[in-house]
Design a protein around this ligand. Structure first.
Ligand SMILES: Cc1cc2nc3c(=O)[nH]c(=O)nc-3n(C[C@H](O)[C@H](O)[C@H](O)COP(=O)(O)OP(=O)(O)OC[C@H]3O[C@@H](n4cnc5c(N)ncnc54)[C@H](O)[C@@H]3O)c2cc1C
Length: 280
């Protein structure tokens, strides 16, 4: 059980992690694919670090966090589940528990397939390890959008027949030969007779289950319990507190300006507010 789980390893998440460790809190920080900062070729506006690449900057900050005792996992967080006065989270294939959560996932950029949201848990899954066994001996589809999807598909192929669809181009060379590859792009999902239909421009194909494996999660999947406004933005109080006790947001996810300095400041303030709450 950690004091705080931080979802996101960009400047906001790292800054929060540093502050929490300086105040003696145990911290697990998870990050998945490249965040915004890693994509910045050259950063010129951060005080004291002129002419630095985003990659070098984030490596330095993460190394500092690691030195201070932050546990860092390179792992997609699929779900954070509120459980009374604690939280349970699914990190890749592992479960983690924490008393509090800071979401610092950057600007949400996940576009769901039409029909996807309402079928989650009813034949559509984001976690091969969690749900693969339900389809043993069946006929399933994987919709992959990043390199790790191929690895998960290979695991699923040990349980069921797998057809692999590519949502976004990525490395699929490691797919097992027994996996069928569909050249068609998934356009939407529907359900019929207890099966999930993947709609493509050539029609639709039915599967017992569909696994969608992307490098990030839509917030509506990561933590659907959070209150949002009419535009889908997480509602906050005092800028960082959300509708759930001991869940804060920081960085680009919290809002503009979308800059490193703001993200770092957010992480610091959200962590300090959280420390106060945890110590009360
Ligand atoms: C090309 C580019 C150039 C830029 N140049 C500058 C610049 O020169 N100066 C400047 O001030 N700002 C710049 N920015 C903006 C700056 O990078 C962002 O404002 C800043 O990185 C935001 O920090 P963040 O921690 O909120 O989010 P991010 O840096 O986006 O980090 C988000 C983190 O969350 C992780 N994550 C998301 N979902 C999950 C999940 N479900 N499970 C696990 N991890 C997850 C990601 O892997 C990532 O580690 C630039 C942005 C871009 C895209």
């Amino acid at each position: 059980m950690y004091d705080v789980l931080i979802v996101g390893g960009g400047p906001a998440g790292c800054s929060a992690a540093l502050t929490l460790r300086m105040r003696g809190k145990s911290v697990l920080m998870a990050y998945s694919d490249r965040g915004a900062l890693e994509k910045a070729a050259l950063v010129e506006n951060y005080p004291g670090m002129p002419h630095i690449s985003g990659r070098d900057m984030i490596d330095a900050i993460r190394a500092q966090a690691r030195d201070l005792g932050v546990e860092i996992k390179e792992s997609l967080v699929q779900r954070v589940l509120p459980m009374g006065d604690m939280f349970s989270a699914m990190l890749g294939n592992e479960l983690a528990q924490a008393r509090a959560v800071i979401l610092a996932t950057g600007i949400p950029r996940i576009a769901l397939l039409p029909g996807e949201e309402k079928l989650v848990g009813m034949g559509v899954s984001y976690c091969a390890t969690c749900d693969g066994m339900f389809y043993k001996g069946g006929n399933i589809a994987v919709i992959g959008a990043w390199n790790e999807a191929a690895e998960e598909a290979n695991f699923l192929a040990t349980l069921a027949h797998v057809t692999y669809y590519t949502e976004k181009p990525h490395e699929t060379g490691t797919l097992k030969p027994e996996i069928d590859r569909s050249p068609l792009k998934p356009l939407g999902l529907t359900a019929e007779g207890g099966r999930i239909l993947i709609e493509t421009e050539a029609g639709s194909d039915a599967y017992d289950g569909v696994f969608i494996l992307r490098p990030a999660m839509a917030l509506s999947q990561l933590m659907p319990e959070l209150e949002t406004d009419e535009k889908g933005k997480i509602r906050t109080w005092d800028q960082y507190r959300t509708s759930l006790n001991n869940v804060m947001i920081a960085g680009d996810l919290q809002g503009p300006p979308y800059q490193i300095a703001k993200a770092v400041g957010d992480g610091n303030i959200a962590a300090l507010q959280l420390i106060r709450q945890l110590d009360e």
